[in-house]
Design a protein around this ligand. Structure first.
Ligand code: ADP
Ligand code: MG
Length: 237
């Protein structure tokens, strides 16, 4: 659509892929277009988020439409909300049947930060959101405690998989945050075992990062089907 093209240009959003959904004009559109539950709209308001950032405007509708995507936008541009918001909407309600969403990131600090952001956005909704800490890895019986969303580094998650402590076969959403870091050769081996353990054929994968070097784009294309590519600003800032 002509209107979408103009709007994307105004916000410096570049897309490729077929049938890319229209970018969000506002957070209110989450309600009118996607029946966003009121707890989430309220949390966005309370956090003081008035307008979606460019990356949020485009990747939220892409993920809500069930498309895979790889996205690149500068540091500080709100990528966490861009994947957590559609994830919460897609998960709808807490369940007890196993892990349904996994967010991978390359450092423990970053995973703790994403964990906190997830909790804030999910406030008033009793989702099981877990951070894979050392003690959790050592002690938890993952089959016995409710966990909708798990946030981990690849190293710890791979350990849990190796020890057969965790079942990822029900995972519907997998996010690789800072994927340029995750796809560095040493980490990629660990990622590979996570990808294998997430065996649900209808899984939706997404990649987010601040830069999109060619090797990340190559991996993304190998990994995903009909993915939408979203770039805000320039590819290698
Ligand atoms: P990135 O992952 O792209 O580096 P973050 O997800 O860490 O960025 O977000 C950076 C900051 O912007 C955070 O403090 C976050 O709470 C805030 N933020 C996210 N989305 C919005 C928004 N729509 N409006 C205002 N602030 C936002
Ligand atoms: Mg980030």
């Amino acid at each position: 659509l002509e209107r979408d093209a103009i709007f994307r240009k105004q916000h410096n959003i570049h897309v490729s892929g077929y049938n890319v959904p229209s970018p969000l004009q506002s957070f209110d559109e989450l309600k009118s277009r996607y029946r966003c539950p009121s707890y989430l709209l309220r949390n966005l308001k309370e956090l003081g988020f008035r307008e979606p950032t460019p990356i949020q405007r485009q990747t939220i509708p892409v993920l809500l439409d069930g498309r895979e995507c790889f996205a690149c936008a500068p540091t500080g541009s709100g990528k966490t909300l861009a994947f957590v918001c559609p994830m919460l909407m897609k998960l709808k309600d807490p369940e007890k049947g196993g892990i349904r969403a996994v967010i991978l990131c390359h450092t423990r600090e970053l995973s703790a930060q994403i964990f906190r952001e997830c909790k804030k956005l999910a406030k008033r909704k009793k989702f099981g959101i877990k951070l894979m800490t050392k003690s959790l890895l050592r002690n938890a019986d993952f089959s016995k405690f409710p966990c909708d969303i798990l946030i981990s580094t690849p190293l710890r998650l791979r350990l849990a998989i190796k020890k057969k402590k965790i079942d990822l076969s029900r995972v519907e959403y997998l996010v690789l945050d800072e994927s340029d870091k995750l796809f560095e050769p040493e980490l990629f081996k660990q990622i590979a075992s996570v990808l294998k353990a997430c065996s649900n054929p209808s899984i939706i994968r997404s990649l987010f990062s601040a830069t999109l070097p060619d090797f990340v784009e190559d991996r993304a294309r190998e990994l995903m089907h009909d993915a939408v590519r979203v770039i805000v600003g320039r590819k290698n800032m």
